[in-house]
Design a binder for this molecule. Structure first.
Ligand code: NDP
Length: 321
C-alpha cells in the first residue's frame, strides 16, 4: 500500500511516499481502508523531532474510511462500516489497523471529509473545556490562534457553555473566521499587546486561557489572567515553552496545566463519552467543523508547509488514493 514515511527528522521535504505492506488487524482491532486523513500540528512535531519517535516512522493521528477487515473479538463493527478513528501515528496511508474502541461509526449526514477532520481537534477542545478547565456561564476565556483548527472549536464550545470569548489571530481574514466561530473580541497578536488589550476589555483579566501557541504567547497569557485564573498550555505552534519559574504563579494564585488529549481518553468509556458528545454537538448544529484545505496524499509536504507557515484556518485533510 502507499503510505507517507520519514526516515530522518527535518522540514517537510523529509516526507516520502513509500510502498509498505498492508497491516493485518490484531485481536480487538479493525482494518480501515482510509479515504481521508486529518493533518494536525502534532504531526509536524514528530516530523521535526520535537516529539521523539523511532525512525523510519509513519505519521497521522486520525483518518476516515471503510472498515475492510476485523480482528478477533471485535463485535461493534462490520466490514463496510464508514468510520472515523484515532490512529497510532500511521493514518497517512491507504490502510491502517486501529483498536476498535478508538473508532466511531460516522452518523448519517456526516461525510468522510468531516469524519477525518473531527476527532483530534474536537476531542482536544471538548476535553479542555470540560475537564482541564470547566468553562462556566459568564466566564471570560482567552483562546489563542482562534482561527485555527482547534482554536475555532474552543471558541464554539466556550460560547456554547456560556462564556465570553476573546480570541487572538494574526490577520484580518483570520479575525473574520474567529468572529464567525463566535468570538466576542479579537486581538491581533501580531501587533497588539495581548495582556493590555485583555485588561481593556475585562479589567480583572480572564478566568482561563487556552494557549496552543506556546513559546511566543506564554508570558502574555499569564499576565492576562485574573486572580485564581487558570492557564491551559496545550501546544507549541510557535515553539516549546521554556522551563517555568513557579513563583510566577503565586502573585495571583494561578493554576497552570499542561494537558494532553490522550491522557483524557484512556478508557473505552472516556473515548465513547467524548466522541458521543462531539458528534451530538455536530448533529445539533452547535459545533461546526470547517475543512478549509484538501490535499492529495502525495502533496502532504505542502499541507505541512501551509500549516506551519500560518497560512491556514480550520482543518486540513489529505485525500487518500
Ligand atoms: P492550527 O490550525 O491552530 O494551526 C496553528 C496556528 O497557530 C496557526 O494557524 C497560527 O495562527 C498559530 N501560530 C502562532 N504562532 C505560530 C508560529 N510561530 N508558527 C506556526 N503557527 C503559529 O493547528 P492545530 O489546531 O492542529 O493545533 C493547534 C495547537 O493545539 C498546536 O499547538 C497543537 O500542538 C495543539 N494540540 C494539542 C493537543 C494536546 O493533546 N495537547 C491535541 C491537539 C492539538 P495565527 O496565524 O492566527 O497566529
Amino acid at each position: 500500500m502507499q503510505a507517507i514515511q520519514f526516515s530522518q527528522t527535518g522540514d517537510a521535504s523529509v516526507l516520502q511516499l513509500v510502498d509498505i505492506p498492508k497491516p493485518t488487524p490484531k485481536p480487538g482491532q479493525i482494518l480501515v481502508r482510509n479515504r481521508f486523513a486529518g493533518v494536525n500540528f502534532i504531526d509536524t512535531y514528530f516530523r521535526t523531532g520535537l516529539y521523539k519517535t523511532a525512525l523510519p516512522s509513519s505519521l497521522g493521528q486520525e483518518a476516515s474510511g471503510e472498515v475492510s477487515a476485523i480482528g478477533d473479538g471485535v463485535t461493534d463493527f462490520s466490514v463496510g462500516d464508514q468510520v472515523a478513528y484515532l490512529a497510532n501515528a500511521d493514518a497517512y496511508a491507504q490502510f491502517a489497523a486501529a483498536p476498535s474502541d478508538s473508532a466511531v461509526k460516522l452518523p448519517a449526514g456526516v461525510s468522510l471529509e468531516t469524519g477525518a477532520a473531527t476527532l483530534i481537534q474536537a476531542l482536544t477542545a471538548h476535553t479542555m473545556v470540560t475537564r482541564t478547565y470547566r468553562v462556566q456561564p459568564g466566564d471570560w476565556v482567552l483562546v489563542h490562534a482562534g482561527a485555527g483548527g482547534t482554536g475555532r472549536l474552543l471558541i464554539q464550545l466556550s460560547r456554547h457553555l456560556g462564556a465570553n470569548v476573546i480570541a487572538t489571530v494574526s490577520t484580518d481574514d483570520k479575525a473574520k473566521v474567529a468572529r464567525a466561530a463566535g468570538a466576542d473580541h479579537i486581538i491581533m497578536y501580531s501587533h497588539e499587546s495581548v495582556p493590555e488589550r485583555v485588561h481593556e476589555i475585562v479589567p480583572e483579566g480572564v478566568h482561563a486561557v487556552f494557549d496552543g501557541v506556546g513559546k511566543s504567547t506564554f508570558e502574555g497569557s499569564l499576565e492576562s489572567l485574573r486572580r485564581l485564573g487558570t492557564m491551559v498550555s496545550f501546544g507549541n505552534a510557535s515553539g516549546a515553552v521554556p522551563p517555568v519559574d513557579l513563583f510566577k504563579l503565586s502573585a495571583k494564585n494561578l493554576t497552570l496545566l499542561r494537558p494532553r488529549l490522550f491522557g483524557y481518553i484512556v478508557t473505552k468509556e472516556e473515548k465513547q463519552h467524548h466522541m458521543g458528545e462531539v458528534f451530538k454537538l455536530i448533529d445539533q448544529g452547535k459545533l461546526d467543523i470547517q475543512v478549509s484545505g484538501v490535499y492529495d496524499l502525495k502533496d502532504v509536504a505542502q499541507a505541512h508547509e501551509d500549516l506551519e507557515g500560518r497560512k491556514t484556518t480550520g482543518k486540513l485533510i489529505l485525500r487518500i488514493p
